[in-house]
Write a protein that binds this ligand. Structure first.
Ligand code: NDP
Length: 498
């Protein structure tokens, strides 16, 4: 059985991949488990050599990687270069360098008398076989990118890319092999949802990015197997524009980060709240910028600003959200009409006169849309921004930084940016992940982004001790009374006021 891969911008079939069965996945898992111990035994330096070579490989193969990504996603050249190739190359360098630091053994100090004088150590070991299940919006960054820290930690990894965009992962697997990654340590298991489900049944930990509904299924299966699951799910990221904001910058960011990657970014700006005194001016600026965007089939650098949608059913979702909003009284200031053309397209769209009864303000649209709402003040903006099941990222624009930061701190989102948006994702040192269940659990990036691929071991080594510790058998009343007095002294607490 095979799966045809289509260029969503043209509708042409550009390749086929195997639709692997559960037995195929189990065989891949056996190969990966057999290869993992010697990969781990290479140590950080040995693994870093391969990862650094792969960093170089990505840079040297930029044209081929960008072309593959653009062909299977329909995204603009610059979207593939900046958010994928650049991310992937940086991530290989970052994790090669940081893995030994983040996973270094830590000496722990304890105030507890029973362990006085003993050496306490926290250490990390690879879990063994990690499964990564990825979506179609960023085949390098979101699917493959999560494999990099898992490999750096010494795991074997099996990646199940989206059935819609598997070619990038297969190309990068070739790159890893050319860079000296031992056979079997990394594998790509292509297929549909059933292949992903089979992968969850084989691995020691699963990292999933995608929809909330599928994430819940993956988490439920992981819970049955009692394996850890890290989930990056949907977002409905709000942007707040305060009255004193630099409107030009705010409008540029709104247009860019709502339409970037054709709006198919988990942390793209999906809704916007503007203090009413600057609403009209802001809307005019944004609308002009969005209306000027050139959308089309990408054909190299600078050819288009916005490409096609990557996932055919996504066009229906975007169209439904916009049509329902228009039917309920919203107005499209630009875009808003689904075009009749080959491929999977929706135009960059700015909507006003929207409210929270509309799906476009509540559900993940994942398309090139920007609904904008006027609000009385910052309090109303915060209330509406937080009125969501999602809580991935958010942004606040305002010149008074103390006020803008105060608003940012009141937002229920895993990451919030002030006078900026989305670029927090590029700071690989800064953890990111959801603050509410619908946006997932767990973090990528930073120390949490690699320790999640490890099992922890706590070591206690007793060096200086009596031949027999005083609390051990046989129990004797006099000793027990002495211990009790000592415990009373140690746990007497701090004098309180009441
Ligand atoms: P899914 O969440 O269904 O797919 C994500 C990945 O999970 C794909 O590789 C998919 O395989 C796989 N998968 C599907 N079913 C299972 C299963 N039972 N067990 C294990 N893995 C499985 O996303 P969709 O592609 O269907 O997109 C739906 C919506 O998700 C979008 O409209 C968008 O709103 C949101 N989304 C969010 C993303 C984010 O970054 N947070 C990214 C992409 C989508 P296959 O593709 O082969 O079905």
């Amino acid at each position: 059985m095979t799966i045809a891969v289509e260029n969503p911008a043209t509708g042409q079939v550009i390749g086929t991949v195997p639709d692997l069965s559960a037995d195929d996945v189990a065989a891949a898992a056996r190969r990966a488990r057999a290869a993992q111990p010697s990969w781990h035994a290479l140590g950080y330096d040995g693994r870093a050599a391969v990862l650094h070579r792969m960093q170089r490989w990505i840079v040297d193969h930029t044209d081929e990687v960008v072309a593959t990504i653009c062909a299977e996603t329909g995204k603009a050249y610059e979207d593939a270069l900046l958010a994928e190739v650049n991310y992937g190359a940086a991530a290989f360098g970052f994790w090669a360098k940081q893995a030994p630091r983040y996973l270094a053994e830590t000496r722990i100090r304890s105030s507890q008398p029973l362990v006085a004088g003993k050496r306490l150590v926290q250490r990390y070991q690879p879990l063994g076989l990690v499964g990564v299940i990825g979506p179609w919006n960023y085949p390098l960054t979101n699917s493959f990118g999560d494999c990099i820290p898992a490999l750096a930690a010494g795991n074997a990894v099996l990646l199940k890319p989206s059935e819609v965009t598997p070619l990038t992962s297969l190309l990068l697997a070739e790159g890893l092999a050319a860079c000296g990654l031992p056979d079997g340590v990394f594998g790509v298991v292509t297929g549909r949802g059933a292949t992903g489900a089979a992968l969850v049944d084989e691995v020691d930990m699963v990292m999933f990015t995608g929809s909330t509904a599928t994430g819940r299924r993956v988490a439920a299966r992981a819970a049955e197997r009692l394996i850890p699951a890290s989930l990056e799910l949907g977002g409905k990221d709000p942007m707040i524009v305060l009255a004193d904001a630099d409107l030009e910058r705010a409008a540029t960011h709104a247009a860019y980060y709502a339409m970037f990657n054709c709006g198919q970014t988990c942390i793209s700006i999906e809704r916007c709240y503007v203090e009413e005194s600057v609403y009209t001016a802001f809307v005019a600026l944004v609308t002009a910028k969005v209306a000027a965007l050139r959308q089309g089939v990408p054909a190299g650098p600078g050819s288009v600003d916005v490409g096609s949608l990557s996932f055919p059913p996504q066009v229906d979702i975007v169209d439904r959200h916009v049509s329902e909003a228009l039917a309920a009284g919203a107005r499209a200031l630009t875009g808003g009409v689904r075009p009749e053309r080959e491929g999977h397209w929706y135009p960059p769209t700015v909507l006003v006169d929207v409210d929270h009864s509309m799906a476009i303000m509540r559900e993940e649209t994942f398309g090139p849309t920007l609904p904008i709402m006027a609000v009385r003040d910052a309090d109303e903006a915060v209330r509406l921004a937080n009125d969501s099941a999602y809580g991935l990222c958010a942004s606040v624009f305002g010149r008074d930084l103390a006020r803008a930061e105060d608003v940012a701190r009141r937002l229920e989102a895993g990451a919030v940016t002030v006078n900026d948006a989305v670029v927090n994702y590029t700071a690989l040192e800064l953890p990111m992940g959801g603050a509410k269940p619908a946006s997932g659990i767990g973090r990528r990036h930073g120390k949490d982004g690699i320790t999640k691929y490890c099992r922890q071991q706590s070591l206690l080594v007793s060096r200086l001790h009596l031949r027999r510790d005083v609390h051990t058998y046989p129990y004797r009343a006099t000793r027990t009374r002495a211990i009790r007095s000592l415990l009373g002294l140690l746990n007497r607490g701090r004098p309180g006021r009441s």
